[in-house]
Write a protein that binds this ligand. Structure first.
Ligand code: SIN
Ligand code: FE
Length: 287
């Protein structure tokens, strides 16, 4: 069973100590149904998907400050970047209250703003996030670190964002597909040298990319996997480890997402990290 911990109001301290970290590490979702991320009147125009270039979202890189995915320039691009940055800061302060023991260890990564409707995306099965999957990054290896994501639904018309989440825990999911993992011997250094990855793609990264693809490409699995429908209302924020919780975004429009990486040593219980679970299943060191 996927636990969904609903927290009331806008005070994340209501989470009560560090309970949220436990729920998250156990594969649960923490939801604040009523925690709107405020968009100023002058920013409303950015909700129009016409601001996008070819990509499906606007992205902000925390280190370089580079803003991508938009065809806006000049003052508009600057104002859009400020809005996205404000969400990144908001997500970080939310986690500072919600998961205090992670503070200092969390590494801020890309922020994304998704003005387009989920159902509008016509994509290959592998790229289709409407199919149940775990997250893995092809060009940004995490080398064992967790992927913790904070989402916000900012839909101006009151539409919920609909997800399915898998009821199966990461371990049973991984055991199901483990016989089909190919687990290369080395090769990660070559991708890095060729500039195809930022940093070395470890065996763990490869295994997670394989699991992502195996799940998405398996029609039978997509039909039969036990899952639960979640509706995140407009004005909600939610937090989830998307590297271990199977998820599919089915419908909705206008969302923000902030990615953090967490070294597994900072978890309350490192044994629950996907890398440790996969190492137990395969009997091999993966990072
Ligand atoms: C995803 O991470 O699969 C997409 C989530 C979303 O856009 O709601
Ligand atoms: Fe995903």
């Amino acid at each position: 069973m996927t636990e969904v911990l609903e927290l009331e109001g806008s005070d994340p301290a209501a989470a009560g100590g560090n309970r949220a970290a436990d729920v998250l590490e156990a594969g649960g979702v923490v939801v604040f149904p009523n925690m709107p991320f405020e968009i100023a009147d002058a920013e409303r125009k950015f909700l129009d998907p016409a601001i996008l270039s070819e990509s499906k979202n606007v992205s902000l890189e925390p280190i370089s400050g580079a803003l991508g995915g938009t065809r806006l320039g000049g003052d508009d691009a600057h104002a859009l970047g400020s809005m996205v940055k404000r969400f990144a800061d908001r997500a970080e302060s939310l986690l500072a209250h919600l998961t205090p023991t992670y503070t200092g260890a969390l590494q801020r990564r890309r922020t994304s703003f998704r003005p387009g409707a989920v159902a509008d995306r016509a994509l290959s099965r592998r790229k289709d996030d409407r199919r149940l999957h775990i997250d893995a990054f092809p060009s940004n290896p995490v080398q064992g670190r967790r992927i913790l994501r904070v989402f916000s639904n900012v839909n101006p018309d009151g539409c919920s964002r609909l997800w399915d989440v898998g009821e199966e825990d990461f371990e049973s999911f991984a055991r199901r597909f483990e016989p089909r993992l190919h687990m290369p011997h080395g090769g990660g250094w070559l991708l890095q040298k060729l500039g195809l990855t930022k940093g070395r793609r470890t065996k763990y990264d490869q295994a997670m990319l394989d699991l992502h693809d195996l799940a998405k490409l398996d029609d039978r699995y997509q039909e039969r996997a036990p899952k639960r429908r979640l509706a995140f209302p407009a004005g909600a924020m939610w937090v989830v480890y998307t590297d271990s919780v199977l998820h599919a975004a089915l419908a909705g429009q206008h969302a923000f997402e902030q990615t953090f990486l967490l070294p597994i040593e900072a978890m309350k219980d490192e044994a629950r990290a996907p890398v440790r679970i996969l190492e137990r299943i395969t009997g091999r060191a993966l990072i």
